[in-house]
Design a protein around this ligand. Structure first.
Ligand code: SF4
Length: 188
């Protein structure tokens, strides 16, 4: 079973509490003005990876607190992401999972999306609105909502909802990857 990803970051501290593995999927049906990742909007073949290979990479790290999945639009690969998370959480039940989606939670009514919600501890929903980027909390703009779907991340609620972590810049073979949520003024 394959996932079509835009990028991964094996370790980041800017997308949720603790040390996290970040996954960005390729392809998004939205086209938010000021999107932080316009290259990841097109539905095209990108970093295609076997789900088991990705699970093994994640499980080989013993210093992780959880995963953050963003994009692109994770719900467009909801079924396969649910399989990935099921495999990871079976072995690492202490992990917490944060997912960013451009959909509103009420729109996630198809089977694959509803199933994926079962593995998510914090869902941050809604499209990005640059004029509402107030640099507050772990979200791009203040129209987006925090849905704590389990109690795992409740101890971090204040931190998550009020503080915006900084940015990291990861060196890649072919460039630099910015990890985190920038201010609206950040110009692409
Ligand atoms: S939902 Fe996210 S990835 Fe999709 S266009 Fe909007 S900001 Fe970009």
């Amino acid at each position: 079973m394959l996932l079509n990803l835009a990028q991964i970051a094996p370790s980041t501290r800017t997308l949720g509490p603790g040390n996290r593995f970040a996954i960005w999927v390729q392809g998004c049906p939205f086209n938010c003005s000021g999107c932080i990742a316009p290259d990841w909007i097109p539905f095209k073949k990108a970093m295609v990876i076997e789900l088991k290979v990705l699970a093994d990479i994640i499980l080989s790290q013993d210093d992780l607190n959880g995963l953050t999945i963003s994009g692109g639009e994770p719900m467009m690969q909801a079924g396969r992401l649910a399989v990935l998370l099921e495999a990871i959480l079976r072995k690492r039940p202490e992990f917490n999972v944060i997912v960013f989606t451009g959909f509103k939670k009420e729109q996630l009514i198809w089977d694959e999306a509803r199933n994926l919600l079962n593995y998510i501890d914090l869902l941050i929903d809604g499209q990005y609105v640059a004029s509402k980027n107030d640099r507050m909390g772990l979200r791009g703009s203040n129209n987006q909502r925090f849905h704590f779907l389990s109690d795992k991340l409740l101890p971090y609620m204040e931190e998550i909802t009020t503080r915006r972590p900084g940015l990291e810049f990861h060196l890649l073979d072919d460039g630099v990857l910015m990890v985190g949520i920038p201010a609206a003024e950040f110009n692409w």
